[in-house]
Structures are given as C-alpha cells and as structure tokens.
Design a protein around this ligand. Structure first.
Ligand code: ADP
Ligand code: MG
Length: 254
C-alpha cells in the first residue's frame, strides 16, 4: 500500500482527516481521491447516489476496507499503514450501521457490556455500570434487560449507538442509521443523534434524511462516482447547489 507515512502536512486542527483516498474493487474505482477534513464537534453529512462510494469511504475510516492509497488521521495519528493497533484504533472510531448488528441472544445491557469488556478489557461490574449509563443517555434505561427481538428497530439502533458511545470514541461514523426503520421510528434515532452532537461529538453521517441535514449538519458533502463533487453549509448547499450533478440528485430526492 502506498501510504503517506509521515505526519508532516497533517491538518493539525482536524479531528478526522482523509487525504487522497483511493480504493478500487478489482478494476472498478470506487474512491477516486477523497480529501475530507472533519473538525472537532463538527457534524458532516454525506449525500450521494447509491454506489457513489459513501459506505466504502466510511469503512476505510476504521479499516473494514483497506484503501489502496492515501491516508487517514485521527487527531493527528495515522490510521492507515502498517503497525497500527486495529483494536485501539476502532475504539476511537465508533461506527453505527443500517443493520444494527446486535447479538440476538444478549440483552441490550449485555450487548453494550460485551463491547466494553472485549475492547476496553473492563471488569464486569464496571462495564455494566458504564453500559447502563450509555443506555440511559439514549433513553433506554427501562429496556436494558430486553433482547433485540423484544425491542423496536428504533430502540435496537439506539442500543447500537449506546454501544458505540460507551467506548468513548473520538469520532462517530453513521452509515444510513435510519434507512432500515419504519418511518415513525426514525425521529427517535435522529433525536439521539442530535443529542450526541450537542455533547460535542465529531460525526460523519451518511443519510438521506434531508430535513435532519438542514437542521443539524454543520456541513453537507455531496459524493458521486467516488469523488466529492461539492460541499458547503446546509443553507447554501440546499438553496443554491453549484454543480449540475448535485442539482440533479437533489431534484430526485424531493
Ligand atoms: P454507497 O454506500 O454510496 O451506495 P458503496 O461504497 O457501498 O456505495 O459502493 C460503491 C461501489 O463499490 C458500488 O458499485 C458497489 O457495488 C461496489 N462495492 C462495494 N463493496 C464492494 C466489495 N466488497 N466488492 C466489490 N464491489 C464492492
Ligand atoms: Mg452505502
């Protein structure tokens, strides 16, 4: 892997930095040189058509996919390249997926506790106390002993968010967190995300919730064909998109 291996030139103020990220599957280029810098406590919203590389970009950020070239930093620490402790690195980058990915045989509390025990090697009692605090922060204290099957989709997704938050990550990545939910359950998950932002979390969010983007995002990034086509503050982005491809996408979403 061709990787920028020194720290020189790292944008020192960005909490998450992606630089010249390239990724192909076979001969098909999926990321064509992504440059993206997310500042502390910023919520950056990523929009783009299906297949534009949004998930691949997020997955590269915690090395679920290996970029072919380019570099990613968290608070100035290089994540890409050899010799990175993947476990430690993933603790700093929380990820929430469309599909929740909870263990079905464990309770909500069990799911969050397990992450703390596995990743942070926390003793059981301490892990359970932390897990309860995390569940409380997403409004699920009273559902701690329920298994995923006993929870609504929205509650399951809030457990997944609690599990990620419990590890006290530096950055949270969300990949279409509400896409699998019935419409009436979307609002609760977005409310939790808004609270996470208000606590000062740095967030990179892929979602088609345009209204939420307008209200909550600090910046909107539009991707197409593996490239960032344009970006800007939501007011400007939605009212006056500059690129034809962005306008075409937004008109299809309305
Ligand atoms: P998005 O999230 O914007 O819909 P993805 O990042 O999931 O886009 O996918 C971008 C492109 O990469 C798509 O054409 C998809 O089919 C392809 N792709 C994604 N993952 C793989 C993989 N593991 N193997 C081969 N092709 C993949
Ligand atoms: Mg995707």
């Amino acid at each position: 892997m061709e990787t920028v291996s020194n720290r020189a030139g790292t944008p020192s103020t960005a909490t998450l930095s992606l630089r010249a990220l390239h990724k192909s599957f076979g001969t098909f280029p999926v990321l064509n040189g992504i440059d993206l810098h997310v500042q502390r406590s910023e919520m950056v919203f990523v929009l783009g058509p299906s297949g534009s590389g949004k998930s691949t970009m997020l997955r590269c950020c915690n090395r679920l996919e290996e970029p072919d070239s380019g570099a990613i930093w968290v608070e100035g620490d290089l994540l890409t390249g050899p010799g990175v402790d993947l476990n430690k690195m993933r603790q700093r980058i929380g990820m929430v997926f469309q599909s929740f990915n909870l263990y079905p045989h464990l309770t909500a509390l069990g799911n969050v506790t397990l992450a703390l025990r596995r990743v942070l090697k926390m003793p059981r009692a301490e892990a359970e106390a932390e897990a309860m605090a995390a569940l409380k922060s997403v409004g699920l204290s009273d559902r701690a002993r329920h298994t995923p099957a006993q929870l609504s989709g929205g509650q399951q997704q809030r457990v997944a968010i609690a599990r990620a938050l419990a590890l006290k990550p530096t950055v949270m990545l969300f990949d279409e967190p509400t896409s699998a939910l019935d419409p009436e359950l979307v609002g609760d998950v977005l409310d939790v995300m808004r609270e996470v932002k208000e606590q000062g979390m740095t967030m990179l969010v892929v979602s088609h919730e345009m209204q939420f983007a307008r209200e909550a995002a600090d910046r909107v990034v539009f991707m197409d064909g593996g490239s960032i086509i344009e970006q800007g503050p939501p007011d400007r982005f939605f009212a006056a998109p500059e690129q034809e491809r962005t306008r075409a996408f937004l008109s299809r979403m309305r």
